[in-house]
Design a binder for this molecule. Structure first.
Ligand code: ZN
Length: 288
């Protein structure tokens, strides 16, 4: 070996071998860089796919959420001689509650967003059943003042009737983007007392009528007086994503797995702000 190294003729061969090794190293290194570079767009694509999927729907098993869904009826100071006193919430109480939501950074969501809760961290839903003109007079100004989202569960055949909302009032509220309407059927009959054909009419025709009249898409049926049976649910499933019940308590996606039996909290006249706040504290979204 020593002889070979001492041989001056061997020097070019050594240089050549080293040069070949260097070239080989550069080629291999560049190839590796290219492979890494090629992976980069793949990672980007994957991220894009994820966001596309999120825009559509994240599978319910990928997150769990607890959402207080408050149920209101009349927003009116004076309940007259009506026996259902608790159904009449004072406008000042509603304002106190909405202010609490805003001051504490809770996020109001529409009923139609109940399948997309992963987009929020502290969701709460304000839902108003029946919604006579009192909503327009006493609650709608608060909705605009505090810029909160609300869902009105309307009775189609009541529109433009005595003390009910007019088409124009509904359109005006929809135009703000803060108000969503969903179906509380055609005429607020207890669904389990009806034939299947009559139930179908109440549930499916109301959706079609609201959508045609106001150019909106409905996602939710709110059962009149919280009354439904398995036949009701089968019909609702045909065209709606959710069914809202009147059973109390906070909605937990991992406990209330049937989207057609979603519970709501009765926001009654005597509910104080501490009780309201305690429900709100349970609002939570966990992404797995
Ligand atoms: Zn009702």
């Amino acid at each position: 070996m020593k002889k070979f190294l001492k041989n001056k003729k061997a020097l070019p061969i050594i240089i050549l071998v080293i040069a070949i090794l260097v070239i080989l190293f550069i080629i291999i290194f560049r190839y590796e860089v290219n492979v890494v570079k090629k992976r980069t767009p793949y990672v980007d694509d994957k991220e894009n796919n994820t966001s596309n999927a999120e825009q559509q729907e994240l599978a319910p098993e990928n997150y769990e959420a607890s959402v207080p869904i408050f149920m209101y009826h009349f927003i009116l100071e004076d309940y007259g001689d009506n026996p259902d006193v608790e159904n009449f919430m004072k406008p000042s109480t509603l304002e106190e509650q909405i202010k609490y939501i805003v001051d504490n950074n809770y996020q109001t969501i529409f009923e139609s967003e109940l399948g997309r809760l992963y987009k929020y961290t502290k969701p709460v839903a304000l839902t108003f059943d029946d919604c006579f003109v009192y909503f327009y007079n006493n609650a709608f100004p608060l909705v605009k003042k505090y810029k909160v989202k609300v869902t009105l569960n309307l009775i189609y055949n009541y529109l433009n009737g005595e003390n009910y909302l007019t088409d124009d009032q509904v359109k005006e509220m929809l135009d703000t983007g803060l108000v969503e309407i969903e179906s509380h059927t055609l005429s607020h009959k207890e669904l389990t007392t009806l034939s299947i054909e009559e139930q179908r009419k109440q549930i499916l025709d109301s959706k079609k009528n609201f959508e045609e009249k106001f150019g909106v898409n409905l996602s939710t049926l709110c059962y009149p007086v919280g009354d439904y049976n398995e036949e009701t649910i089968n019909i609702v499933k045909e065209q709606y994503n959710f069914g809202l019940a009147m059973t109390g308590g906070v909605y937990h996606t991992n406990i209330h797995t049937n989207k057609y039996k979603i519970p709501r909290i009765y926001a009654n006249r005597s509910m104080d702000i501490n009780t309201f706040a305690n429900y709100l504290k349970q609002s939570k979204v966990v992404i797995h």
